[in-house]
Ligand binder design. Sequence first.
Ligand SMILES: [Zn+2]
Ligand SMILES: [Zn+2]
Length: 347
Amino acid sequence: MKAFQLVGGSADVDQTTALNDVAQPDPGPGEVLVRIGGAGACHSDVSLMEFSAAGPRDTPMTLGHENAGWIEAFGPGHLEVPGLEIGAPVAVYGAWGCGQCLNCRKGMENYCLNITASGPGLSVDGGMAEYLLVPAARYLVPLGDLAPAEAAPLTDAGLTPYHAIKASLPVLTPGSTAVVIGAGGLGHLAVQFLKALSPARVIVVDQRESALALVADLGADHTVVAGPDAAAEVRGHMGGQGAELVLDIAGYDDSLALAAAVVAPLGRLTVVGVGGGTLPFNFFGFPYEASVQSTYWGSITELQELLALSRQGGFRVHAAQYPLDQAADVYRQMVGGTLQGRAVIVP
Ligand SMILES: [Zn+2]
Ligand SMILES: [Zn+2]
């Protein structure tokens, strides 16, 4: 079968990736083979390409950590579970932990205490191929009447902001404000989740006017163009007060500085983006009792909730589909900043 793989060697998309012929995997005991209906292209794949150039990584490795498809085959001796029959459409939960520690047993394998950042397209072959080998049926969530290519982005671009917002719902009371920095693949979903789950006013900041126009259409109350006056403008929309929740979907020095400038006392500043920026902290330079946390993906049960919200028509995904042989072009556009919305690779 064809697979879009990280081959390493350079951070350049054309040097570090290749469309290769690989053997179709054969599921062993406990494993499930999924025929891929869609695999989302994520900006963190670009980080993988850069890290691959910088240091050792097991390559070639098929990319794609945002996957959905249909159950093709089970390994020997599997337990029959309603909704998980051969041919059933499923989303693939992508954070693969040990399954045994306290966090894994809660469904939060994204915070496994024994295994870090493991999953398809991250540590083993991912979904940018015709088939994906999944190590356990517990990672599969039935899609019902959702189409795999449309549901694929929900497993990461949807699940990550959904988890971050859910954790902060207690502070998003009537009259509160949530600020979202970044209006792209994750940001446009974050806006809709905030509107679906909370009464908070939603303000979105981005450099791109076209991205701001999209989120305004999807329900954002105010949009602000990123720049030196952004913090004052955001505060102007809050009567000079701060925001109970700030989601920084970029994570660079300048976005973190903006986030710190608009968060309220007792507010939450959640860093979703993997930009790797630094947020200086001192007692006098930060609102009292505001907290800062990173976040990584979400739990399996939150993916189930998110898919239920999608089936209820609770939000729209702005995504376009591309064939496997255009995957390199998608990443070139992503690196060049010209890719609009989420890209889903359909083998
Ligand atoms: Zn991702
Ligand atoms: Zn674990």
